[in-house]
Write a protein that binds this ligand. Structure first.
Ligand code: MF3
Ligand code: CO
Ligand code: CO
Length: 264
């Protein structure tokens, strides 16, 4: 996700051939998540998951892991565990029973970007872990299901925030979805909170992510001294799901939909 401090520039409307390129990159990012899902078990380290992702992207897909060396990020994927909100750095810590972990994969293929993330529950699920993963997932789909020409980004943010708060959860405000496609982070910023009717009016050919970060406790976050890992200040669990989307004439195409993934 992007922070909100970037200078503004214009939203790039993609051509059908650019969207076709993004479809390929999006499918590759989704395929990496499916591959990793087979390996999420107590005892595996996030470095091992990172290595599996790197090898698949570079050797099989002949593509580029967008995170690696992005603004100095040292790994190919982000792995954010439990109270980590986003941008967790893979390392030698083992996943353990009851952990929840977000894995965020961005692939560049032929210059086009696909960006997607999902939650995994490690071993035996916990009540709180399952709850925050489910609510964050619902928040993503509440947003996706609104996307069509004429809807505003404020409509989407409003609906996501309403769903989170209805369930006594909070929305992280410092990080948001973003335009994506020809670059990792393009205009616009896609806030996961907002007011109905405000903000950019969606048009066919716009491509962006929705990637709400939802906390079981308060919305406040801080960045750890590693300069990357974002955590909840109150150390409550946080969950996030992300898809890359294209606005079509009539609605939305989900460019990072996984084979067999159910729509909510
Ligand atoms: N994939 C993240 C996003 O959804 C960005 C990760 S940037 C990194 O926008 F440097 F932390 F990898
Ligand atoms: Co993103
Ligand atoms: Co991402």
């Amino acid at each position: 996700m992007s922070d909100q401090s970037n200078p503004t520039s214009n939203v790039i409307i993609k051509t059908p051939s650019q969207i076709a390129g993004m479809r390929v990159a999006g499918k590759m990012a989704a395929d990496v998540l499916v591959m990793l899902s087979e390996h999420i078990k107590p005892g595996i380290t996030t470095d091992e998951l990172d290595r599996l992702a790197y090898n698949m992207i570079v050797n099989e897909q002949q593509a580029v892991p967008a995170c690696l060396n992005y603004k100095g990020f040292p790994r190919s994927i982000c792995t954010s565990i439990n109270h980590q909100v986003c941008h967790g750095i893979p390392g030698d810590k083992k996943l353990k029973d009851g952990d929840i972990v977000n894995i965020d994969v961005t692939v560049i293929k032929d210059g086009f970007f696909g960006d997607t993330s999902m939650m995994f529950e490690v071993g035996k699920p916990t009540i709180r872990g399952s709850r925050i993963c489910k609510i964050a997932h619902e928040c993503l789909w509440v947003g996706i299901n609104l996307v069509k020409p004429g809807v505003t980004l404020g409509d989407i943010g409003y609906a996501i925030q309403r769903h989170a708060e209805r369930n006594h959860c909070s929305v992280v405000e410092e990080y948001c979805g973003h335009g994506v496609g020809l670059a990792f982070h393009e205009e616009p910023h896609v806030m996961h909170y907002g007011r109905q009717g405000e903000g950019l009016v969606l048009q066919p050919g716009m491509t962006f992510t929705i990637e709400p970060m939802i906390n079981l406790g308060k919305k406040d976050i801080k960045v750890l001294p590693d300069g990357w890992t974002v955590v909840t200040k109150d150390r409550t669990l946080s969950a996030q799901w992300e898809h890359t989307l294209a606005v079509t004439e009539t609605g939305v195409e989900i460019l990072t939909l996984r084979p067999g993934e159910a729509r909510l």
